[in-house]
Design a binder for this molecule. Structure first.
Ligand code: KIV
Length: 304
C-alpha cells in the first residue's frame, strides 16, 4: 500500500519541483482508475453540476450532493489526497456557515481538505476553516461560481490592473492559510509569476505550464463529450467513441440473439424443458435452491 498523499506531501513536491497531478472524479470507479494511474490529488469538483447533472453552470449543486459524491470518491481513492469543492452559497454567507459546511464535507464526505473560490474577501473565512483544522485549497482567476459577475466563462487577469488584483488575492489566500491554490483561465505569464511568489503550490487549469501542478476535469481529458473542445483541454482518449462503439456492438448482439451465448449463461441441474409446443410435457417442479450453487461473485462490477 502506497503512502497517502497529504497537504505536506504537496508542499514537498513544490520544493522538489515535482509536478502535482490533479484530476476530478465523481464516483468510486473513476476514483479507483485515476488513483491506480498515479493521481496525486482527486478533486470532487462542483463541475459535477455540468458533467454529471447536465446543467449549464455549477450553481445548482447542493451541499448534500457534494457530500454524496465526496463519500463515494473517497472510497475509491487509496493514495490520492481527496479535495471536496464547497458549492455555491455554502461559504459565501457567513464564516460560521462556511466552517459548518466544510466540517460536513470532511466528516460525512470523507475528504482530506476543501476548496473554495474567491480572493481576499474570503481571507477571514479561510482562516476560520483552517483554525477548525480543515485544510483549504483556494481558487482564483476564472471562478465558475461567479459566472454572472464575469459575464461568462472568460479568461481573467489579462490587463495590468486585473493581473495585479489576482496576484494580491493569491498572496492574501496564502497568508490566510491556504495550502494550495488553483489558478484557472489566466495568462501563463501571470500564473508563472504567482507560482514564483508563493511558497504554496499552484495548480493550473488553462494557466500554462509554469504552475506547480495541473488539473483537468476527467470527462474532458478522457473525451467523454465530443462537443466540448475548449483551448485549454487536451484529449488523451476518445471514451465517447469507445463507449458508443461498444454499446452499438452490444445492442446489435442482443438484437441478433448472439448475446448471451453459452459462455455467458447458466445451466440447470434439474429442470428439463418442455420438448415442443405440440406435445407438451408437464415441467417438473424444480428442487428448492438451498444456496451453495454456482457462485457468480459480486454483481455489477468489481467493488473497490
Ligand atoms: O469544479 C471543478 O472541477 C474545478 C476544477 C476544474 C478546478 O473547480
Amino acid at each position: 500500500m502506497k503512502d497517502k498523499v497529504t497537504i505536506h506531501t504537496l508542499r514537498k513536491f513544490k520544493q522538489a519541483k515535482q509536478k502535482i497531478c490533479m484530476v476530478t472524479a465523481y464516483d468510486a470507479t473513476f476514483a479507483r482508475i485515476l488513483d491506480d494511474a498515479g493521481a496525486d490529488v482527486i478533486l470532487v469538483g462542483d463541475s459535477l453540476g455540468m458533467v454529471i447533472q447536465g446543467n449549464d453552470s455549477t450553481l445548482p449543486v447542493t451541499m448534500d450532493q457534494m457530500i454524496y459524491h465526496s463519500r463515494i470518491v473517497s472510497r475509491g481513492a487509496k493514495r490520492a489526497h481527496v479535495v471536496g469543492d464547497m458549492p455555491f452559497m455554502s461559504y459565501q454567507t457567513t464564516p460560521e456557515e462556511a466552517v459548518r459546511n466544510a466540517g460536513r464535507l470532511v466528516a460525512e464526505g470523507g475528504v482530506g481538505s476543501v476548496k473554495l473560490e474567491g480572493g481576499e474577501e474570503f481571507a477571514e473565512t479561510v482562516e476560520r476553516i483552517v483554525r477548525a483544522s480543515i485544510p483549504v485549497m483556494g481558487h482564483l482567476g476564472l471562478t465558475p461560481q461567479s459566472v454572472h459577475k464575469m459575464g461568462g466563462y472568460v479568461v481573467q487577469g489579462r490587463d495590468e490592473q486585473a493581473a495585479r488584483k489576482i496576484l494580491h488575492d493569491a498572496l492574501a489566500l496564502e497568508k490566510a492559510g491556504c495550502y494550495a491554490l488553483v489558478l484557472e483561465g489566466v495568462p501563463m505569464d501571470l500564473a508563472a509569476q504567482i507560482s514564483e511568489r508563493l511558497t504554496i503550490p499552484t495548480i493550473g487549469i488553462g494557466a500554462g505550464v509554469h504552475c506547480d501542478g495541473q488539473v483537468l476535469v476527467c470527462y474532458d481529458f478522457l473525451g467523454l463529450n465530443p462537443d466540448f473542445k475548449p483551448k485549454f483541454v487536451k484529449r488523451y482518449a476518445d471514451l465517447y467513441g469507445a463507449i458508443r462503439q461498444a454499446s452499438e456492438t452490444f445492442f446489435s448482439e442482443i438484437r441478433g440473439e448472439t448475446f448471451p451465448d453459452e459462455d455467458h449463461s447458466f445451466k440447470s441441474k434439474t429442470i428439463r424443458l418442455v420438448a415442443s409446443n405440440k406435445s407438451p410435457e408437464p415441467a417438473p417442479v424444480p428442487e428448492r435452491d438451498e444456496g451453495g450453487g454456482e457462485k457468480i461473485g459480486p454483481v455489477y462490477g468489481v467493488p473497490v
